[in-house]
Write a protein that binds this ligand. Structure first.
Ligand code: A2P
Length: 341
């Protein structure tokens, strides 16, 4: 088994920390690891596989001796450094939205479209967290009974925004419980004990960019431009774990039993569905897990061919770091990573 030289760009961030954990837990075949961030973190030390590794400032030279670079430092950093890294022969797996809809960049969820990786030209995009868990749950059903329309409402944890947002929820929750006034820095309003139907910027069509990512990315990953999709994305005062209420209109009738049977066999999916004992997916127990949890599967009473379901996953793992590492593992398995000298 070969070992690969790996870099994490944004190693000090929320997803960066999860990258380190996932690489360790999965015993990723690493010859070396470079931890990269901004100049603010240069010199800081982080532990990887019981070794103290110094964080370095990201610069154009950072990728000269790197086979696989995992990016999670925002779109601006990706837009600048990914092409430089790709130029020097590094495979970039980018967690930002910078290149996701670029026709020359594969957008990958390994359980759904691993074959698309082959078309990469140095950069592979990791999809939006909410999109990943939705397509893992829906694609196996779509293959059997083509989906015509999806209506989804999301309940998204603050860790998706980054470390500053996690701190903001913690601080505000204490302030509220102590009877103190709160101040909002990261979000436009208080997030503690509140809900914000605004994730990313508003677009001209009055959807948010997050909602539109779910529309466009789902179609690209599933190779299904014909599916009609409408999303409402809501930030909720939860640290980790995104939840989704999904209503799907299929081409033909499908029973909840058939859907459950298909999803029981589906890679990456775990059915948690026994209403009689209040068993259904929840974000708290899902945090730290790799699976996409599906429950509350029922006939959508408003549609002859409809199903409703509730889908939960750890947004930092399957929604970000884990999916990116699975892409790298898939490439290694197929011997698609070129190693430099
Ligand atoms: P730093 O800690 O030095 O600011 P989060 O999403 O949790 O806020 O994390 C964002 C990550 O992106 C951090 O690791 C952060 O590093 C990194 N980052 C932000 N700006 C840059 C930049 N210009 N170059 C490299 N890394 C950056």
């Amino acid at each position: 088994m070969k070992d690969y030289r790996v870099a994490i760009v944004g190693a000090t961030g929320m997803v960066g920390h999860e990258f380190i954990k996932v690489l360790e837990q999965r015993r990723f075949p690493m010859a070396s690891i470079s931890l990269l961030a901004s100049d603010r973190s240069a010199g800081k030390k982080l532990r990887v596989n019981h070794q103290e590794i110094e964080v370095k400032e990201t610069d154009p030279e950072s990728f000269l001796e790197v086979d696989i670079a995992l990016f999670s430092a925002g779109s601006e950093t990706s837009r600048y450094f990914s092409p430089i890294a790709a130029q020097s022969g590094t495979v970039v797996i980018d967690n930002s939205s910078a290149f996701r809809m670029d026709a020359s960049v594969p957008l990958i969820v390994p359980e759904v479209n691993a074959e698309d990786i082959q078309q990469h030209r140095g950069i592979i995009a990791n999809p939006n967290c909410s999109t990943i868990q939705m397509v893992v749950a829906l694609n196996p059903l779509h293959k059997v009974n083509p989906i015509k329309r999806i209506i989804v409402a999301t309940y998204q944890a603050v860790s998706g925004t980054g470390i500053a947002a996690v701190e903001e929820l913690r601080t505000q929750a204490k302030q509220v419980l102590d009877g103190q006034p709160t101040t909002a820095h990261v979000y436009p309003h208080q997030i503690a004990f509140n809900l914000l139907p605004e994730i990313d910027v508003f677009l001209d069509n009055n959807y948010t960019k997050e909602e539109w990512k779910m529309v466009e990315e789902t179609r690209k990953i599933m190779h299904a431009n014909e599916i009609a999709i409408s999303a409402t994305c809501v930030r909720v005062p939860i640290f980790v774990g995104h939840s989704e209420a999904i209503h799907v209109d299929f081409s033909r009738p499908i029973s909840p039993e058939e859907a459950r049977r298909i999803l029981t066999q589906a890679p990456g999916v775990k059915i948690v569905d026994d209403p009689g004992i209040s068993l259904y997916p929840q974000p708290w127990p899902a945090a730290g897990s790799d699976e996409v949890f599906v429950g509350r599967i029922r006939q959508d009473a408003s549609l002859p061919n409809g199903l409703a379901m509730w889908v939960v996953a750890d947004n930092l793992r399957k929604g970000a770091a884990l999916n990116a590492v699975q892409i790298a593992e898939e490439m290694i398995r197929r011997d698609w990573v070129r190693q430099g000298g």
